[in-house]
Write a protein that binds this ligand. Structure first.
Ligand code: ZN
Length: 492
């Protein structure tokens, strides 16, 4: 079927998350009309509105959830769901989906060596055989699975921190995202110290890679390239400075991991005699265009620097708790006015891309940690996976209003766990009662990516089958290999 210019979705509840009408506005019987890749209208539905849209859009209209065009405005089906903006993932890694469940119950650095770095090495050493077996490179397969996971959970925009060996595989990621129909900001990872020696860069090689990638992919639709040195401990001052200068010259964001694990942060302090945040501040890497992932361990000086410089933070509660890294002082950070988004991190550390689960855990932890205070309520954490990260990533998304990108999802309210849902408890149910799997429709840039639970842009069955096999081959490889000890504090 030819893609129609206009798409109309009507649902029992609508959450526009639009600052102009109030972020907390909840609409009963709402609709969104898209034109091309943008939202044309969003608001409360009336049959006169339906009549007008049918008349104005004619055969160029697709009504979501309807067989063909309804004959009158009042016949436009009202889906039993809540429509809201697609989730915006401000920190993740698209190479980790095949390693879910590996080296669990291990702290971060051990997990990096025992799961992530083994997997990267496996793909690299067996690239040719794997490509012959699957008909596409194993990296392409891995990135396609990541996009499947994103769409499954309603993520329409993502910042992908493309670390380790993945920095050599930009083309595959750009193409996987292109096919999936999502938006991607690719932070190209890199390091020049305290890491697997096979992937250490020089400053000129790292800057050259960014120049090449920006030249090759910079004008692709829905794709942005930015510097993303992996960790503060794995990048020298010269490297961080050069990459931040590249970001400033090219008007891009700058992204890196910081202060994730207590041991590594303490080791960093003893090695470099300052905290990672102080280190970054000294080399002028902190400002409103810098986004740090994690920032779990903070001194009062760190918080003052983050506030003063306007640095953005991404909190990843699933990864931080699963890897036993601890949790950042979220409430204190927000009270200081430091912008904080909530995200999942990669599938390997979070074990899913469930943004609602991340939002729930962030809230739940703060409530337990600050007894007696109404810490991180549902509305606030919902904003932290939509409108807040959209602003942080400078994307025209995260809200449903005229002129915004047509990125929206419908969460099915017909599920037992979401019954009863009404206008007064819909946000609370999304955070506290949803299991994340109720995303029934996903529209991104005006294109339907998931239609009544069916993936339209990706071959779900093939991707799942191939990734299952890939993971079995990885386990065989892993059992016959010597332990890696190459990362940061474990370096020998
Ligand atoms: Zn990460």
């Amino acid at each position: 079927m030819k893609d129609k210019k206009f798409k109309l979705i009507r649902s029992r509840l609508l959450l526009p998350l639009d600052e102009k009408i109030g972020l907390e506005t909840r609409i009963e019987d709402g609709y969104v009309l898209t034109e091309g890749s943008l939202v044309k209208e969003a608001g409360a539905f009336k049959s006169e509105i339906g009549e007008r849209i049918l008349q104005e859009c004619g055969n160029e209209l697709e009504v979501i959830g309807a067989e063909g065009l309804p004959s009158a405005g009042k016949d436009i089906p009202c889906l039993d769901g809540v429509v809201l903006p697609g989730f915006v993932k401000a920190h993740g890694h698209d190479h980790e989906s095949p390693i879910i469940g590996i080296a669990k119950d291990e702290p971060l650095t051990d997990w990096l060596d025992h799961a992530v770095n083994v997997f990267s090495g496996f793909l690299n050493e067996n690239a040719k055989e794997l490509e012959e077996r699957f008909g596409v490179s194993a990296n392409t397969l891995t990135y396609s699975k990541a996009k499947l996971d994103d769409i499954y959970y309603g993520i329409t925009s993502a910042l992908t921190h493309h670390c380790n060996f993945n920095k050599y595989h930009l083309t595959e990621l750009v193409e996987a995202n292109g096919r999936a129909g999502t938006k991607i900001i690719i932070a190209i990872g890199g390091q020049d110290r305290n890491y697997d020696p096979r992937i250490l860069d020089t400053v000129s090689a790292a800057v050259g890679r960014l120049d090449d990638c920006a030249a090759e992919f910079g004008d692709r639709e829905r794709t942005w390239i930015i510097p993303g040195p992996d960790q503060v401990f794995s990048n020298s001052a010269e490297m961080i400075q050069a990459l931040k200068e590249w970001a400033n010259r090219n008007g891009t964001l700058f992204h890196m991991h910081s202060s994730e694990e207590p041991n590594t942060t303490a080791w960093f302090y003893s090695e470099y005699l300052c905290s990672p945040v102080e280190y970054l501040h000294r080399v002028n890497a902190l400002d409103g265009n810098t986004i740090l992932a994690h920032q779990v361990n903070n001194t009062p000086i760190d918080l003052a620097i983050l506030k003063e410089t306007g640095t953005n933070l991404v909190h990843n509660p699933l990864a931080n708790t699963i890897l036993g890294s601890g949790m950042p002082p979220l409430i204190e950070m927000m009270e200081l006015g430091i912008p904080v988004a909530i995200s999942t991190d990669g599938s390997g550390s979070a074990d899913s891309q469930n943004m609602l689960a991340a939002a729930r855990l962030a809230s739940q932890y703060q409530k337990a940690f600050h007894p007696g205070r109404p810490a991180a309520p549902g509305q606030q954490v919902l904003e932290m996976v939509t409108v807040v990260p959209a602003k942080m990533l400078k994307l025209n998304t995260g809200s449903l209003a005229e002129g915004k990108d047509a990125d929206l999802i419908l969460v099915d309210l017909g599920r037992p766990n979401l019954t009863p849902t009404r206008v007064d408890n819909v946000v609370e149910n999304l955070i506290w009662a949803s299991d994340g799997s109720e995303v029934r429709w996903v529209i991104a840039n005006g294109e339907v990516l998931k239609d009544d639970y069916r993936f339209l842009t990706l071959d779900e069955a093939k991707i799942k089958r191939d990734v299952q096999k890939l993971s079995e081959l990885l386990i065989e490889y892993r059992s016959s290999r010597e332990e890696i000890k190459a990362t940061g504090v474990r370096k020998e």
